[in-house]
Design a protein around this ligand. Structure first.
Ligand code: ADP
Length: 253
């Protein structure tokens, strides 16, 4: 227990310095501004669909395999397919080497990622099969689950998995008393509150909502509004990168 606690304290980068001065954030952004976002498809040759997404210094690769028959057979569901997600933060993704292998945090993020996608995927059309998603965080600087979800969404579409809508995600929160969009690592570790949010933008359905910290009801409602509005911007980028892939006619690089 004490060992776990110590590890948690070590990974938290705490600062007493102000992170927001006169409406400007430490990295020069405005309060409701994303970090530079980059999206690319077909980054893993063997996958049926893959994508790399970066939000500033946070970078995730998602690789999707399937739909493929699930073995061992006793795990198959006769009336639906199943979705399996594995989120992993690479040991070299943070300043101080992260211990490789499974962690409670990784298990939790894998689970919430699966829950974020299950409402969107037509799993009932694929009995006895699995769709496997692997998310690797190769650089971590805040909002890694959000970056992983956005990469997964593009990778799923690139794999041709039938979905009701894309899933688009962003983080919002409260830092130094101000409401902000897209928290980076230091903001995340020093925030009054941070919220991870994912939705189906065309359906208007929220599929992930997680919060740490404290907010008033008004602040919370305002943050949801900010998240919804900005998810639409992410959606446009996802759509653009997918259109580019299909317009160029290259199924894979
Ligand atoms: P998210 O990355 O989805 O915001 P967390 O709130 O758990 O999830 O993590 C916030 C940030 O803390 C991460 O993006 C990463 O920059 C940092 N972090 C998380 N785990 C570790 C770790 N084991 N070692 C160092 N930094 C970490």
């Amino acid at each position: 227990m004490i060992k776990n606690l110590r590890r948690k304290v070590k990974m938290m980068v705490k600062t007493d310095e102000k992170l927001i001065v006169k409406g400007k954030r430490a990295d020069g952004r405005k309060l409701l501004e994303f970090r530079p976002i980059k999206m690319e498809t077909d980054v893993v040759n063997r996958a049926d669909g893959s994508a790399q997404v970066s939000f500033g210094n946070t970078r995730a690769i998602a690789a999707v395999y399937g739909p493929r028959r699930l073995f061992p057979r006793f795990m198959q569901e006769s009336d639906t397919g199943i979705l399996r997600c594995r989120y992993n933060m690479a040991p070299f993704s943070v300043d101080e080497r992260k211990r490789p292998g499974r962690s409670r945090r990784g298990t939790e993020i894998s689970k919430v990622t699966r829950h974020a996608f299950e409402p969107a995927v037509f799993l009932e059309d694929f009995p006895k099969v699995t769709i496997d998603v692997f998310i690797e965080i190769i650089q971590a600087d805040g909002s890694t689950r959000i970056t992983g979800i956005n990469a997964t969404s593009v990778a799923m579409a690139a794999a041709g998995i039938p979905m009701r809508d894309l899933i688009t995600a962003c983080s919002v929160g409260k830092v130094d008393g101000e409401l902000v969009l897209d928290l980076n690592g230091i903001e995340d570790n020093n925030s009054d509150a941070d919220v991870s949010f994912a939705m189906m933008p065309n359906k208007g359905l929220i599929t992930l909502l997680q919060m740490d910290g404290r907010l008033t009801k008004d602040e919370f409602m305002k943050l949801i509004e900010i998240a919804e509005k900005n998810c639409k911007k992410i959606y446009d980028m996802q759509r653009e990168v997918l259109l580019k892939k299909y317009e160029s006619g290259s199924e894979k690089k």
